[in-house]
Design a protein around this ligand. Sequence first.
Ligand code: C5P
Length: 231
Amino acid sequence: PKRYCILLAAGSGNRMNFPTPKQFLKLAGRTIIEHTLDMVDGHPEVDEIFIVTDRDYRSFLEEILLRNHYAKVTKVLNGGASRRESSASGIFAVEEDDALVLLHDAVRPFLSHRIISDCYRALETHASVDVAVPAVDTIIEVDEADAIAAIPNRARLRRGQTPQGFRASVLREAHERAMADEGVEVTDDCGLILRYGLGEVHVVEGEERNIKITYPEDLYLADKIFQLKTV
Ligand code: C5P
C-alpha cells in the first residue's frame, strides 16, 4: 500500500502570542515546518506528503516549497477552524482505501525516522496507531470547582504525541461519523477512533525530544535540541 504523511499546519498559534503561526517561526535559521519537512521528505518509506495550511499563509508556504524542492509534497490543502477539520481535509484528499496514513503536527520538527518506521510497521498489523511517552508528572483530573476528581495511576498514563497513523478507510470513516455528529470536538484523531468504536489503537513509543512547539519557551528548548541533533 501507498504510504502518506499529512502535515497539519493550519493552526493560528494563538498561545504563542505572536502574529506569525508557530510553524512559520524560525529555528536555526529556517522555518519550523522546513525542519519537519526535511525529516519526512527524507524518509525512504514515505511516498507522498500533503500539507494542510491556512489560506492566508498558502502563498508563504508555496514560497518555502519552491526554495526547497521537496520531492514528495504533492498537495497543499486548505485547513479548517479546528484541528479536526484540518485533518479531515487531509484524509479526504487521500484516494486509496488501503493507504497507510500518518498525520503529524508541523510544529513537531524533531520527529525521528525511527518513529515514522515504527508507525508504518505497526500499521501492517493494527488499523490505528498513536505515539506516546511516559508521563513524568503526576496527572490530576479536576472538577469544575478545581478540586481533584481523580489521580489516575501514573504507570498507565502516557502523553500523546504525533504522528498518529491509520489505514485510510478507517480514519475516513471516523471523520464521516464526526461530521454527522453535530458539535463533536475531540482533540485528536485517535480520540475519534475510540469515540466511534472503530477498533483498538496501538501505542508506539515516542521520544522526549519530539516536542510540540506551543509556547515561546519551547523555542529555547527547540534550539538546544537542534544543537544536540547536529553533533
Ligand atoms: O494548536 P495545536 O498545538 O494543537 O496544533 C497542533 C498542530 O495542528 C499544529 O501543527 C497546527 O498547525 C495544526 N492545526 C491545524 N488546524 C487547526 C488547528 C491546528 O492544522 N485548525
